[in-house]
Design a protein around this ligand. Sequence first.
Ligand SMILES: CSC[C@H]1O[C@H](OP(=O)(O)O)[C@H](O)[C@@H]1O
Ligand SMILES: Nc1ncnc2[nH]cnc12
Length: 294
Amino acid sequence: MTEQTRETCLAIFGGSGIYEMPGLTIEEEREIETPWGMPSAPVTIGRLNGVRVLFLSRHGKGHTIPPSELNARANVAAAKMLGATDMLSLSACGSFREELAPGDFVAVDQFVDRTKGRTPSFFESGCVAHVSMAHPVCSRLTEEAAQAAEAAGARVHRGGTYLVMEGPQFSTKAESELYRSWGMDVIGMTAMPEAKLAREAELPYAILGMVTDYDCWHEDEGPVDVASVLAILAQNRDAGQRTVAEIARMIGPERTPSPDGIETCLDFAIVTPPEARDPQVLRKLKTIAGRVLG
Ligand SMILES: CSC[C@H]1O[C@H](OP(=O)(O)O)[C@H](O)[C@@H]1O
Ligand SMILES: Nc1ncnc2[nH]cnc12
């Protein structure tokens, strides 16, 4: 490794239907406590195509945690604390466009966050920060994920806005039509605040939306239900898992910083001056922002 490079450590957050990562040579299942509590499940640590990989089942083993109760802070903090350099999320989603068909993958590049009541930040009273979310995903990791999904045999759409709803109920037809009129591309319940927290932890983030349904706007399709989502995911699980193996192979063990400056985004984001910072809050924050908080 040169001074410019460090060892890749790819965190994979598997969503609905993706509860394990075949091909991963497992070294450890780590129960890790973060300052924000326990993540959804023990983190599986191992190697895939020579790359260090951390795998977390977002909804927990047995899919026991609903979207509104996910402890996204603990999930992202656990990845950071275990040395993640990059984070790829796989997420089932509904489609608002005819051409984004069930079975397709979308390399999401924007979000509209319509969640309510979830804690969206690691920062709090005692240490305040405002990071930019203008470009919420890492352009390089997203392109690599798109290429990996294609190599895994998926039909991939580059670019798309993911509307994050609260759930757990699916949308009404009026909501579905409203989101379509806004120009949204896909909908899910889990990408926020995960993507915001990844940014605060200076982790380059990418998300592949695995389209499972047309929500409830499509005249020729019945409204989405869990059975049809899971049926499509069962058909696509292999492609999702092969995508991860491919991206590990493409990225390789030696990585250079993200071209988007994500790993240094906290340099000018913290507004509370050092003398006004709460030491107790700092103790927690050092686990995800040790680079700037020492
Ligand atoms: C099982 S359908 C609704 C569920 O699917 C998506 O989850 P994930 O991102 O974990 O794949 C959606 O966001 C909902 O959580
Ligand atoms: N239509 C939909 N709405 C919200 N989350 C979803 N996950 C999969 N399909 C979905």
